[in-house]
Design a protein around this ligand. Structure first.
Ligand SMILES: [Zn+2]
Length: 245
């Protein structure tokens, strides 16, 4: 496990070389908010890192319901039974095996590894605009229908889950990067992901922290570039479709 520290954020990276998976601690005056629970074996490393920082874990917040963001959740909940777990109501449905779509959602299939044997369910359902300590919850659908991002309002650090990837080159969720194609392969809807990417860039973050890849400082120009690339790719596909019809 590798740890990087920037402002109020600690990035914990598991398997940094081959399949980098990030969890984050956001430091508050009285404790740590854990964002995402990485891989099944990550619990020990997460607990040890909190010990090292010297503050208790006071919340466990999940960006979305994919296995590489929930892996250590059951093990952590066993050790920290009183620490509340937060996830969007929309993505809880995925954990319950319900992959149906709502009437106002595009009809592309929900993808990615959704754990079937996870015991833990959230104690609190997340909604757009919820405040969790210094964090503002921002609805970020696209990668999954109920994905959430979190903005640290003290310093505009954005923890974006898989709405963007940085490993293999910055990309909006749903845009394939050959050297790290997994987030794109697990994305539900590229159009929604693009709309979310715009919304997140408009927050003007000073630091971008994602599920896969290292931290990016002053990321707005790179995010805008990734948005243009995604826009061109999606626009191209629409053009092909309209020619055929
Ligand atoms: Zn994911």
């Amino acid at each position: 496990m590798r740890i990087r520290h920037k402002h109020s954020l600690y990035q914990l990276t598991f398997l940094p070389r081959f399949f980098p998976v990030n969890s984050y601690f956001v430091e508050e005056a009285d404790g740590l908010t854990l964002i995402d629970a990485a891989l099944p074996y990550s619990a020990k490393g997460i607990l040890r890192a909190a010990e090292h920082i010297g503050k208790p874990i006071s919340r466990i917040v999940l960006t979305h319901a994919h296995g590489d963001h929930l892996g250590a959740l059951d093990a952590l909940k066993l050790q920290l039974p009183h620490v509340p777990v937060y996830l969007s109501a929309r993505d809880v449905r995925l954990l319950d095996g319900d992959l149906s779509l709502d009437a106002d959602e595009p009809g592309t299939p929900i993808r990615g590894d959704i754990p079937k044997k996870l015991q833990t369910r959230p104690d609190v359902l997340l909604h757009d605009g919820d405040r969790l300590g210094s964090l503002l919850t921002v609805s970020a659908p696209g990668h999954t229908p109920g994905s959430m991002a979190f903005l640290d309002t003290r310093n505009q650090t954005l923890i974006a889950g898989d709405a963007f990837q940085l490993r293999g080159g910055i990309a909006v969720s749903g845009q394939l990067r050959i050297t790290f194609p997994f987030p794109a392969m697990a994305t539900w809807n590229a159009d929604r992901a693009l709309a979310t990417a715009r919304k997140l860039a408009d927050l003007q973050p000073t630091l971008l922290a994602v599920g896969h890849g290292s931290l990016l400082e002053q990321p707005t120009a790179a995010m805008e570039q990734a948005i243009r690339t995604a826009q061109a790719a999606i626009g191209g596909k629409e053009h092909v479709t309209s020619n055929r019809s």
